[in-house]
Design a protein around this ligand. Structure first.
Ligand code: TRP
Length: 453
């Protein structure tokens, strides 16, 4: 069917692609995950390890994903099949990616759905609807969770049905600048409050005494998740690129932007926790003495802090914060849905609209089940995020380094960046993708399995 190719689409502009990929990267992982991991894992010590993981492992793998995607102009399954030379095992990397995408999306939507309820909380309280506000912020209320999850899914599907440039690119182009402005606004405000500088000190002071294997596992898992790597999201986004785009430069922008937003988000969240403490809110678990876990921090401590600011300003800031979180989640959830949707469009010649609603429907069923049993989130995170993504990244780097071969990948990267193969950067990339990335990821994976088992 001719329509299948017409349904594929392509990016309209260089900047549009970078913003869409950055939008995929910047999400709950940056604003919800990163700051709380920093707080739990020795402050700036975690940031340092995280930076190493992003730059030494994430960045080279991102270039690899983009090169595979643009070379084949296909979804992850089709892409690996096209480069497989008939080897039936190779497309499995793509299938694994599609599966991880479906599963990560289904719990991601539940958490994203929470942001909507919390955004409405202050306003409802203000208007006197306290009972309703209480229901909307009750994480244990399965039906409420399911309703918000489905609302969030609906937004995601609607953007995806719009296609690559009219849907994804247009939506992220408006949402990403908004996100940055909101974030800076919130930081500006938090720093006028008592307790903020104490939080800042915790954030920038490294505590290497907490360094251990599990910290490195967390940092690498966080890097893959935050950069949207290991499951073919960037193979898919790369498949909509033309050969004029400089892949290395684009990957560098996306990586830098993602790191910057995470670090800036930490600059707001951690001081905000200490502002909350000054306002009488508990931020440490009385039993363990450690900081509360991430869910408690973002969906319990922060709302209490906005409350303790009192009056209109607390209400508005709370609203703005949760809208920010929701927007960031939306530009990411669309990339998670786009992977299986592109697979269905390419492989079965199904129209984009039908594919988006069909795949979205299947994910919705899993997401509703998770809405009622939140313990599944931890399980899904362990399997598909902490093991699944690094495993995907390992297979991608091994595939590129030893099966497709870096020489062939270089021919692709050269388009749009003619000097890369002969440059020091190019030589370093080859060493990283063939040796350093696989070895580092393998060490971390073995460690993860030892911790999980
Ligand atoms: N990067 C997003 C975040 O930080 C989540 C995400 C979007 C993702 N697409 C992905 C994670 C693909 C892994 C793979 O919240």
């Amino acid at each position: 069917m001719a329509s299948a190719n017409g349904e594929r689409g392509s990016w309209n502009s260089k900047m549009g692609f970078i913003l869409a990929a950055a939008g995929s990267a910047v999400g709950l992982g940056n604003i919800w995950g990163f700051p709380t991991q920093v707080a739990d894992n020795g402050g700036a010590a975690f940031i340092l390890i995280y930076l190493v993981c992003c730059i030494a492992v994430g960045f080279p793998v991102m270039i690899a994903e983009l090169a595979i995607g643009r070379n084949t102009q296909k979804n992850p399954v089709g892409a690996f099949r096209a480069l497989s030379n008939g080897n039936p095992l190779v497309p499995l990397i793509g299938y694994w990616g599609v599966l991880c995408g479906l599963m990560i999306l289904s719990f991601y939507l539940v958490i994203a759905g929470w942001t909507l309820g919390f955004a409405l909380e202050g306003i409802l309280n203000h208007l006197g609807f306290e009972a309703l506000a209480g229901t909307l912020t009750d994480l244990g209320n399965g039906t409420k969770n399911a309703v918000f999850t489905l609302i969030f899914m609906l937004f995601t599907i609607l953007i995806i049905t719009g296609g690559v440039s009219r849907g994804i690119e247009r939506a992220t182009k408006t949402m990403m600048p908004m996100l940055l402005v909101i974030l800076l606004l919130l930081i500006g405000f938090i720093f006028t409050q008592e307790g903020a500088t104490e939080g800042l000190a915790v954030y920038v002071k490294p505590d290497f005494s907490t360094m251990n294997g599990s910290l490195v596992v967390s940092a690498l898992g966080q890097a893959f998740f935050s950069l949207s790597l290991g499951m073919g999201a960037l193979i898919t986004y790369g498949s909509y690129l033309n050969r004029k785009q400089n892949l290395v430069e684009s990957a560098a922008y996306v990586t830098a932007f993602d790191i910057a937003i995470a670090v800036i988000a930490g600059l707001m969240i951690i001081p905000a926790m200490y502002v909350a403490q000054k306002g009488g809110v508990a931020i440490f678990d009385p039993e363990t003495g450690a900081l509360f876990s991430s869910t408690t921090l973002v969906f319990d401590v922060l709302p209490q802090m906005f409350d303790s600011l009192g009056g209109f300003i607390g209400l508005i800031l709370g609203f703005i914060f949760f809208i920010l979180l929701g927007l960031a989640a939306l530009t990411s959830s669309i990339s998670l849905l786009e992977v299986p949707v592109s697979y269905v469009i390419d492989e079965f010649s199904i129209r984009r609209k039908t594919a988006a609603w069909g795949v979205g429907g299947i994910v919705s069923i899993i997401a509703v089940i998770i809405s009622y049993d939140l313990s599944l989130i931890d399980l899904f995170v362990a399997i598909f995020n902490e093991v699944g993504l690094p495993l995907g990244g390992l297979m991608i780097s091994l595939f590129l380094g030893y099966f497709w071969k870096t020489e062939r990948a270089m021919l692709e990267i050269q388009e749009g960046n003619p000097s890369f193969p002969g440059s020091t950067g190019g030589k370093v990339w080859v060493i990283f993708i063939r040796y350093i990335c696989p070895v580092l990821i393998a060490i971390v994976l073995v460690n993860t399995l030892l911790i999980v088992l």
